[in-house]
Design a protein around this ligand. Structure first.
Ligand code: BES
Ligand code: ZN
Length: 861
């Protein structure tokens, strides 16, 4: 049951929190005391604040003149996560609100929780005490005004065993040792900040350290014995701090920035101000065992969390409705960071497949939501940490950045950050600053992208040759995943158009339903590309003869990678919604035979995986695999298995992609070679490069018997690198034998071997394998309570639900999923469930529509 959640009353507000914590790690508990400077704005007889699962005692209020009033009663309103402190009367003024409290160091990866590790040198099982507060879990650690706009300063201190490291947002300012073996650490006063950004870590850690050019002390804390693995993130952080400082013309305001790898972590990373917490796989790089794609992701993640130190921490959204201001922005800025530090990654091209295209997919559903959406209940808040806030948010910022130009964009950002620093904002504040800096219309355009869900399709409805060029008529309508017509929606679309002779033949804003444009200097045979660089957040539909004209430029690669990619991606989306035929897209893919760009291939590979998944419901799998091999074999022959000296980052990524696709398309030759290399690796004769391991593991596992399965588990047990464990356990999902897949699921649930943070991904890997689809769904229905309890409302559960349900393709299954979740509530997964049911129906329709034609086309393979 969702209760009516309300924002806290503003009659009493916090100014400063003095918090002291004493974790009792072996007992899985902690005690604390708080002394909070508050301001009472109007006469009240009670103080209301947030608290969950805490026992509070000894509550009193002290006035400026030393008068103490004891709290008459503490009333816990458990359902709405609030506590009332009842008093006689409290007149307006400044007070100190003091109390003691105690709680559990839970195993749910939220609030103040415990995380398991193995202590050196004897590898004893131990626990660390760490925090994860976003979005609404600071209230599980101490009673507080747990809303982003109720900013205060914080003085944290803690008493912990002397052998442990204790960290918080601010630098240590005092350490006192006590004879009983404990020490008390006092940290400096924080700037005024939101509760969700507080962080604490207590455990055994090593670190590496350095200083950024602009004088920030940076440390990366790692599990004991792994500090070398922190060096890459250290280097990225040290370099990105001055870059952001220069970009935004505002310095990072704290004297230090720590990054720490936490062994049990629900999200990927969390931007605590001055203390960023990470999942181990999102920050640790082991040169011999870390794949390049992982390293690239780590650079992006570091860039993302460091960007939050400005966007989010210094300037914070007023309420979770504006979450996108945090996450969309950081998701855009992480690409600025990596583009600056690693130009060889060509990361802006990858933006298309990583961010833009998934955002369009998600936002074409009827069950999408506007970027700005009303949220009240904590589960509703958790639910919007999704592709819309992140990917669509980042994509429309990129569109805006392009429309304004980098210089004005920077100016506007500087204005925004300076004007609102240490305060909270709504989206309009951002538009104001960007408008001021650029002199261009921003708010009116952007409103159409923020306040309504979905995005447009721009269709060329007329193309007429005239004397000096061609006259096009462009029309906008809502792009819908099921092809339905929606006449109501309308966007202000920044449009640009390129031709062979001009990269910038035309820019305009499509602010009507239909618009005529004249393109100079093009002949009848020239291609005309709408949305060059795939920067606008829309899909384009060309008439067949206009599409045809791109083919030579795709073949000879004169069209830019982002345009080659965009053409395929748009057409495939139009196939999925029924505007075009699947076979048209397969024919276009044939034009990419000379393609050499990693990201373009990555986009094609994603589409083919979608299709493979669809056809797994038919008997066309073998034929389709043959088609897939036909597409990828020439590339594999060219790239080979061996890394060349000095080969580029993208070439390595491409090899890894192509070989992994060939394994999934069951290419005998590739699988054999992969298996051979796997055994050389296992026997210690020739180490497999990390980039090829997943491919080889899958090749070996596809046809695994019990013996091979056990060998793989042995490999899993022999490593203590999370990335490697993660790789092996996710590869287990590709086993074809259903009896062994059952064992994989049981293995994933064995707390001893697989951490809860990883189990969902192992189960998901089984669920996305057609051979594991039904059995995972059955498992889920039988164990829903255990899963719900373990992941209670968090987004790990949401991801699991998504992967388990969305790959069916029949009306019968849609109804089954619907009826199961009607009787089993999953708070925070409601929208995901509706999206899954919608996706099942879309797949069903796609299959019915195109199966006959696909069958005919694949006949020759
Ligand atoms: N602020 C989030 C962490 C977070 C995510 C808190 C979900 C609560 C719920 C952080 O900045 C973030 O976005 N982390 C990402 C990784 C990032 C590189 C996209 C994550 O955890 O997936
Ligand atoms: Zn973020």
């Amino acid at each position: 049951m969702k209760h009516d959640f309300e924002r806290l009353p503003k009659s009493v507000v916090p100014k400063n929190y003095h918090l002291h914590f004493i974790p009792n790690i072996p007992q899985f508990s902690f005690t604390g005391s708080a002394s909070i400077s508050i301001k009472i704005e109007e006469k009240v007889d009670r103080i209301t604040l947030n608290s969950v699962d805490l026992k509070i005692s000894n509550v009193r209020v002290k006035s400026a003149d030393g008068n103490i009033q004891k709290c008459k009663e503490v009333v816990y309103l458990t359902e709405i996560e609030v506590v009332h402190f009842q008093f006689d009367t409290l007149s307006p003024g400044e007070y100190s609100l003091d109390m003691d409290f105690e709680g559990e160091l839970n195993d749910k990866m939220k609030g103040f929780y415990r995380s398991k590790y193995f202590s050196h040198p004897d590898m004893q099982e131990r626990y660390a005490a760490v925090t994860q507060f976003e979005a609404t879990d600071a209230r599980r650690c101490f009673p507080c005004w747990d809303e982003p706009a109720l900013k205060a300063t914080f003085n944290i201190s803690m008493t912990i065993p002397q052998n442990l490291v204790g960290l918080s947002n601010m630098p240590l300012i005092e350490e006192t040792k006590s004879e009983n073996g404990t020490k008390t650490l006092k940290f400096g006063t924080s700037p005024i900040m939101s509760t969700y950004l507080l962080a604490m870590c207590v455990g055994e850690y090593d670190y590496v350290e350095g200083s950024s050019k602009d004088g920030v002390k940076v440390r990366v804390y790692t599990p004991v014995g792994k500090k070398q693995q922190g060096l890459f993130a250290l280097e990225v952080t040290i370099k990105v701090l001055p870059y952001y400082k220069d970009y935004f013309q505002i310095a990072y305001p704290l004297p230090k920035l720590d990054l720490i790898a936490i062994s049990d972590f629900a999200a990927g990373a969390m931007e605590g101000w001055g203390l960023i917490t990470y999942r181990e796989t999102m920050v640790l790089v082991d040169p011999e065992n870390t794949s390049l794609i992982r390293k690239q992701n780590i650079a992006l993640t570091v860039g993302h969390e460091v960007a939050h130190q400005w966007f989010g921490n210094l300037v914070t959204m007023e309420w979770w409705t504006e979450l996108w201001l945090n996450e969309g922005y950081a998701s855009f800025t992480e690409f600025l960071c990596v583009n600056h530090l690693f130009p060889e990654y060509d990361i802006w091209t990858q933006f298309m497949t990583d961010m833009h295209s998934p955002a369009l997919d998600a936002d074409s559903l009827d069950n999408s939501h506007p970027i700005e959406v009303e949220v009240n209940h904590p589960a509703e808040i958790d639910e919007i940490f999704d592709e819309i806030s992140y990917n669509k948010g980042a994509s429309i910022i990129r569109m805006l950045h392009n429309y304004l130009g980098d210089e004005d964009f920077r100016k506007g950002m500087h204005l925004y950050l300076t004007k609102h620093q240490y305060k909270n904002t709504i989206t309009e504040n951002l538009w104001e600053s960007l408008e001021k800096a650029s002199g261009k219309v921003v708010a009116n355009i952007m409103r159409t992208w923020i306040k309504q869900m979905g995005f447009p399709k721009v269709k060329v409805v007329k193309d007429t040759q005239e004397e000096n060029g061609r006259r096009l008529v462009l029309e906008q309508t809502k792009f819908t995943a099921n092809g339905s017509i929606d006449e109501k929606s309308f966007w202000m679309i920044p449009i640009s158009i390129a031709t062979p002779k001009s990269a910038n033949a035309l820019t305009t804003v499509l602010d009507k339903k239909e618009m005529e444009v004249f393109i100079e200097n093009v002949t009848e045979n020239d291609w005309i590309k709408i949305n060059p660089g795939t920067i606008g957040f829309y899909r384009t539909q060309y008439p067949p003869d206009m599409l045809e004209k791109f083919i030579p430029a795709i073949r000879d690669l004169t069209l830019s990678p982002l345009d080659r990619l965009g053409l395929h991606d748009d057409l495939f989306a139009l196939v999925q919604n029924g505007s075009n035929k699947t076979v048209e897209s397969l024919k276009l893919i044939d034009a990419y035979r000379n393609e050499d760009n990693f990201t373009v291939w990555s986009s094609i590979a994603t589409s083919l995986s979608k299709l493979k998944n669809l056809l797994s419901h038919t008997d066309l799998t073998d034929k389709f695999n043959a088609f897939g091999r036909h597409i990828f074999t020439p590339l594999a022959d060219k790239l080979g298995w061996e890394t060349k000296d000095n080969e580029s980052h993208l070439e390595t990524l491409l090899r890894s992609l192509v070989l992994s696709k060939l394994v999934s398309f069951n290419c005998e030759k590739t699988c054999e070679e992969a298996t051979r290399r796997f055994y050389l690796h296992k026997e210690g004769k020739q180490i497999l490069p990390a980039d090829l391991r997943m491919t080889c593991y899958r090749a070996v596992l596809q046809n695994a018997d019990d013996k091979v399965y056990e060998e793989m588990l042995a490999l899993y047990r022999s490593t203590d690198l999370h990335e490697e464990k993660d790789r092996i356990s996710r590869a287990l999902g590709s086993i074809n034998n259903p009896t062994i897949l059952q064992k994989v699921i049981a293995f994933s649930m064995s707390k001893e071997e697989v951490r809860a943070q990883d189990a969902v991904f192992v189960i998901a890997s089984v669920a996305v394998n057609p051979k594991g689809r039904d059995l995972t769904w059955t498992f889920f229905k039988e164990n829903w309570k255990i899963l719900l309890d373990q992941y209670s409302g968090g987004f790990l559960l949401t991801r699991l639900v998504k992967h388990i349900t969305e790959n069916f393709a029949s009306e019968e299954k849609a109804l089954e999923v619907d009826s199961f979740f009607k009787t089993h509530e999953f708070p925070g997964a409601e929208r995901t469930i509706q999206q899954s049911i919608e996706t099942i129906r879309l797949s069903t329709a796609w299959l019915n529509r195109d199966l006959a034609e696909i069958t005919e086309y694949l006949k020759d393979y």
